[in-house]
Design a protein around this ligand. Structure first.
Ligand SMILES: C[S@@+](CC[C@H](N)C(=O)[O-])C[C@H]1O[C@@H](n2cnc3c(N)ncnc32)[C@H](O)[C@@H]1O
Length: 288
């Protein structure tokens, strides 16, 4: 699925390949909300139509009703494809760079300076998409902690979308995706190679070895035991309603100790969502 979807304005005069009724839209919206927490407003009607039409074509179905029946019949594989089709996966390396600066200056460098510290780090990238976020965390760690190989460091990277997770795990990026990375980082953390007609960049095994990728739906119980020094939960709760956000941050809060860090996306906030965290910077929180 493309990371960014151009949203054509609704045009009811345009002949549709498949009939798409109000009740089709309502049923599919409700199913995606229940399964992923993603709230699709009325404005997302065309996006739902275009992304799911591809599924109908791939499955050889001739109506949205038949597709709804397939989903409600308990077809687990199609449920995965349905969720994959409706997630938005836009991401980039060092997106919102001030978060990585804060991580380095306020957590990693003080941990290095603390000679009696535990030399143990647990960081969770909770909606990791195609992997740029956890690899950026790993690069920040390698750069800040010279002897990081002797530390006990684990980055857990999870997402609900199995397609993006497979991409993340492969760690192969196009020239376009690494364009924002400075040359020094690119040379140090990636191997350049040719794939077909293009040049691609493969994350070096040493960087990848810091990260464990796993499938995880944030709507479900969180299986990790904690404590987590840092949680990245960026640009995902924007798709959830307030009640879903409240439940998620309550479950995250029990995994963290006072002063542990939580990073949210640029347009997200815990205002009226959680009192367990204090705002310490732009979209940066610490557990109270
Ligand atoms: C816009 S991307 C954000 C990627 C990265 N965190 C960033 O800020 O660049 C949102 C990600 O959230 C994932 N997502 C949406 N609902 C989810 C859920 N219920 N559980 C886990 N991941 C979810 C999507 O699959 C998508 O990859």
């Amino acid at each position: 699925m493309p990371p960014q979807e151009s949203q054509a304005p609704p045009d009811d005069r345009r002949p549709r390949e498949f009939a798409f009724s109000d009740s089709d839209f309502a049923a599919l919206r409700s199913l995606v909300k229940q399964t992923t927490g993603i709230h699709l407003g009325e404005a997302k009607r065309e996006l739902v139509y275009s992304r799911l039409s591809r599924r109908l074509r791939a499955l050889g179905l001739d109506s949205f009703l038949a597709y709804r029946e397939l989903l409600t019949s308990g077809d687990a594989q199609e449920m995965v494809e349905f969720c994959n089709a409706l997630t938005t996966n836009l991401t980039s390396f060092f997106r919102e760079p001030h978060h990585f600066e804060y991580l380095r200056n306020q957590l990693l460098l003080p941990a290095v300076a603390d000679r009696r510290g535990p030399r143990r780090l647990r960081i969770w990238s909770s909606a990791c998409s195609t992997g740029e976020e956890p690899y950026s965390i790993a690069m920040t760690i390698c750069e800040a902690i010279p002897d990081y190989r002797r530390w006990d460091i684990r980055i857990l990277a999870t997402d609900l979308d199995s397609d993006v997770l497979a991409h993340a795990q492969q760690g192969v990026y196009s020239a376009e995706r690494v364009r924002g990375l400075d040359a020094r980082r690119l040379a140090k953390h990636f191997h350049e190679r040719t794939q077909g007609d293009s040049t691609v960049y493969q994350v070096v095994p040493e960087l990848a070895s810091l990260i464990t990728f796993k499938s995880l739906n944030l709507m479900h119980a969180l299986p990790m035991s904690g404590p987590l020094d840092t949680i990245f939960c960026r640009n995902v709760v924007i798709y959830f309603d307030k009640e879903t956000q409240r439940s998620l941050f309550a479950r995250m809060a029990v995994l963290q100790r006072p002063a542990d860090l939580l990073f949210l996306g640029h347009s997200e906030s815990l205002f009226k969502v959680s009192d367990d965290y204090a705002l310490v910077g732009k979209t940066i929180y610490r557990r109270k």
